[in-house]
Unconditional design. Structure first.
Lengths: 187, 182, 143
């Protein structure tokens, strides 16, 4: 009997343990690795302008920067293809149909504002000294701002596709290699 | 009701997704009318350091209710903005002040420029008149507005000379210096 | 009836298609071409003078300056205009100034019109012409 009580208590302990809300869960190791690259022999202040040039190559507009902290925040518009609009529209349509027929009238499909407002891409690049080199971390977010055009976000998500980060770092490595005689970097 | 409205919005978005407007290439180019604008937007100040000019300009913008967003002493400019939400009738709008100033000089402001729910931005740059002359400067200020009401949407430079004239009067008062026309 | 069914089938298939990384960060040859259209060099070692010229040029062309970093060498500007129908157009531009060698500054501008990158070389040419005029220097092709 006592064993049963202890077991019950132990179980409630498990259930009651506070879990970290999804928004505050720290990024998985895999994600961090995806977003981070280390360049040996490069000083962070030399890498910064090269990172700005790489962002410009991808069409980003610099919004904020701080050389002392080693941070650049940049944004660009993201043109959705016609196919993407269609697929999102119909997905939302099916979701609301499904909700109707399963009597879930209060749950909604994908956020319609997500499709109506102008879409964009935000990049935050931080460059920190690491050993004898510099560590570059980039995070990318897709976002949609208000349909009326104010810079107020209605929806955002982190980009998880590895090939997107790979493309960014490919370009950055090439640019750093080109600058190598000037700043002496070995990626 | 809300659903169907959203659906209508979505269909509009789908219809509009196909057609994007291309920018005309001369949109960035300098235009012949710029010379007249420059006369309106610029004044010369003699016998003063650039830093003092910028400090005074920040003060005048703040007096007019602007929030200064970006300043750079190295690059010699000040950028500020004044937001006005539709539901803030007790706030004094920069144009109300300037309109009062203008009225005292016997001019009246067009009512259309005092709309609510708008952003007015101001950019002020200081340029040397001659190189190596550190006590003579040209101050150029430009005001833009951006109105975002559901039915009235406009954006662009403010072209009323009274606004610029009033601004420079405030600036010369703050500096105890005369503003010379270009 | 058949037509309605067909429409639903298409809709169903479309909803299954998952959008990929697609256009998120694309590059290639057009990027190189665009880079050279966006870049010019100026015969001066004075970086501050070029950056002041950039701010002045942006103002002359009707932009507001939304950010500037003298240490990093970037200036960002933005310009709103409206046509008669009340449609708002937004043009954003980022200009960077970097020393190329001891005698030259490399200026690069990239612009975005209504959330879409500006790819017309003439637009950039016009910007550099105006910048050259304000600096009393001639913009030279960098490559």
């Amino acid at each position: 009997m006592r064993k049963l009580v202890v077991a019950c208590l132990a179980l409630t302990g498990c259930v009651g343990a506070p879990s970290v809300p999804e928004q505050f869960a720290s990024a998985s190791r895999a994600t961090v690795e995806l977003q981070t690259r280390r360049y040996e022999g490069a000083r962070p202040e030399d890498v910064l302008p090269v990172a700005v040039a790489a962002l410009q190559d991808f069409g980003f507009q610099v919004m904020k920067s701080d050389v002392a902290v080693g941070l650049i925040v940049a944004e660009r518009g993201l043109k959705k293809s016609f196919g993407e609009y269609h697929s999102e529209f119909w997905r939302g349509y099916w979701q609301s149909m499904r909700n109707t027929f399963t009597f879930q009238w209060h749950s909604r499909g994908p956020n319609p504002e997500k499709m109506v407002g102008p879409a964009g891409l935000r990049a935050a690049v931080s460059i920190t000294p690491a050993g004898a080199g510099a560590e570059v971390r980039v995070t990318l977010h897709r976002f949609v701002s208000r349909p009326t055009g104010e810079p107020i976000l209605v929806w955002a998500e982190e980009i998880a596709e590895p090939e997107v980060y790979a493309r960014f770092f490919d370009l950055l490595s090439q640019a750093l290699a080109r600058e190598a005689p000037k700043i002496g970097v070995t990626p | 009701m809300r659903r169907s409205f959203e659906r209508a919005l979505l269909i509009c978005a789908l219809a509009l997704a196909g057609c994007a407007v291309e920018m005309p290439p001369d949109y960035i180019a300098a235009k012949p009318s710029d010379a007249a604008d420059r006369e309106m937007q610029g004044r010369r100040f003699d016998g003063i350091e650039e830093k003092q000019l910028l400090d005074a300009a920040v003060g005048v913008l703040q007096d007019l209710g602007f929030t200064v967003d970006v300043t750079s002493v190295e690059l010699g400019f000040v950028q500020g903005a004044k937001e006005r939400e539709a539901k803030a009738p007790d706030q004094t709008l920069v144009l109300l002040i300037i309109a009062a100033l203008a009225a005292s000089q016997g001019s009246s402001m067009p009512a259309g420029q005092m709309r609510q729910d708008q952003t007015i931005s101001a950019l002020l740059t200081v340029r040397p008149v001659r190189e190596a002359d550190e006590r003579s400067h040209i101050v150029l200020v430009s005001f833009h507005n951006h109105v975002r009401q559901p039915l009235v949407r406009t954006a662009g430079p403010l072209r009323d000379p009274v606004i610029y004239q009033s601004f420079f009067e405030l600036l010369s008062k703050a500096l105890f210096l005369e503003a010379h026309k270009l | 009836m058949k037509r309605v069914l067909a429409a639903f089938l298409i809709a169903f298939l479309a909803s299954c298609a998952k959008p990929g990384a697609g256009d998120v960060l694309s590059g290639g040859e057009s990027m190189l071409k665009l880079r050279s259209a966006q870049t010019r060099s100026f015969e001066t070692a004075d970086r501050n003078r070029v950056m002041r010229g950039v701010v002045a040029t942006l103002q002359d062309l009707g932009f507001m300056v939304t950010g500037a970093d003298a240490a990093l060498g970037t200036v960002s500007g933005r310009k709103f205009t409206a046509d008669a129908t009340g449609q708002i157009y937004e043009l954003r531009v980022t200009v960077t100034v970097r020393p190329r060698d001891e005698r030259q500054m490399l200026v690069r501008a990239n612009a975005e019109f209504n959330n879409k990158p500006v790819e017309d070389p003439t637009a950039y040419q016009n910007f550099f012409t105006a910048l050259g005029r304000s600096l009393f220097l001639v913009a030279q092709k960098a490559e």
